[in-house]
Design a protein around this ligand. Structure first.
Ligand code: ATP
Ligand code: MG
Length: 275
């Protein structure tokens, strides 16, 4: 049975299944005059590393926005860590936001604050004690390799470093799910590789990672589970069961000429289609 059919109803594979951290159940999203998502159903298990891809305007950011409950489905249901979009009250939003870290493509750092103050900010919102706050800042800035640059302002950092600050900020409250919208969007191959490696490390620590990308080479090299979105619908949902791709180097591949098509044998043996 396909994954999509299996997840058609929240009752069958929904909040009661503790492995499921995100569930879309026939979700539609319509902006004022624009249908962005149509009948989208899939679930994400705890600890998954999921890549959303598809052409511009396909609905990738819309899916991420629904997970963050920054938008609600106009039809259907989205359930995140047991919280249902249809029953989400304003009061519950901070609880949800603590479970989710969001990395925006354009970083959205506070330009008039240092790296350290940017990372401190989400903790002020949830009200953590000062000592714990300092520990958390040190932990995440060390993890992204920017502890030494904590007193700098965003404009004094490279694009890749700013992206790493955005990731540190998203991770500082130890979310269960990290959402990243085109985290390698404007970066060169070496820096993109750094960011992907960082996402892998975060995922190895147990955080579920969902990110979007346009880059076919990133999808081919690192996509352990890839959902292709097209025209607001899920076109395919592919899972590679063999954990091969964490050792590849994107930079080597990016400077290699594209391999000639050698037929179906060139496809990883364990690749399975779920949709
Ligand atoms: N705030 C909005 N108001 C109206 N329409 C919107 C809004 N945001 C997105 N859309 C539309 O919804 C559709 C899906 O947009 P979305 O941003 O999810 O695509 P995407 O796959 O992330 O594209 P890109 O790769 O360019 O970032 C598009 O047709 C877009 O024009
Ligand atoms: Mg987008």
């Amino acid at each position: 049975m396909s994954r999509i059919l299996k997840t058609a109803s929240p009752k069958e594979n929904g909040p009661l299944d503790s492995r499921v951290v995100v569930g879309f159940y026939h979700a539609h999203l319509e902006y004022k005059d624009q249908m962005a998502l149509r009948d989208v159903s899939f679930t994400v298990d705890n600890g998954e590393f999921l890549c959303l891809t598809g052409p511009s305007g396909a609905g990738k950011s819309s899916i991420l926005r629904l997970i963050a409950m920054d938008a609600r489905p106009t039809k259907g249901e989205v359930i995140v860590r047991g919280m249902m979009s249809s029953k989400m009250s304003r009061r519950k939003i901070p609880t949800l936001r603590r479970e989710i870290g969001f990395v925006f493509q354009d970083f959205r750092l506070l330009e008039d604050r240092t790296v350290e103050a940017n990372v401190e900010f989400p903790q002020l919102v949830v009200g953590i004690g000062k000592a714990q706050m300092k520990k958390n800042i040190m932990r995440v800035l060390t993890q992204v390799g920017l502890w030494e640059k904590r007193h700098r302002y965003p404009r004094q950092l490279s694009g890749g470093e700013q992206q790493r600050v955005a990731i540190a900020r998203a991770m500082v409250n130890s979310p269960k799910i990290l959402l990243a919208d085109e985290p390698t969007g404007n970066l060169d191959p070496v820096t993109a590789q750094d960011i992907i490696n960082l996402l892998f490390r975060i995922n190895d620590g147990g955080t579920c990672v969902v990110f979007s990308t346009h880059d076919h080479r990133i999808v081919k090299t690192f996509g352990q589970r890839v959902i292709v979105v097209d025209d607001g619908k899920i076109k395919s949902d592919i899972k590679r069961t063999r954990d091969t791709n964490r050792n590849f180097s994107l930079t080597d591949r990016m400077y290699e000429p594209e391999a000639p098509q050698t037929g179906p044998k060139s496809r990883p043996e364990s690749e399975t289609m779920h949709a």
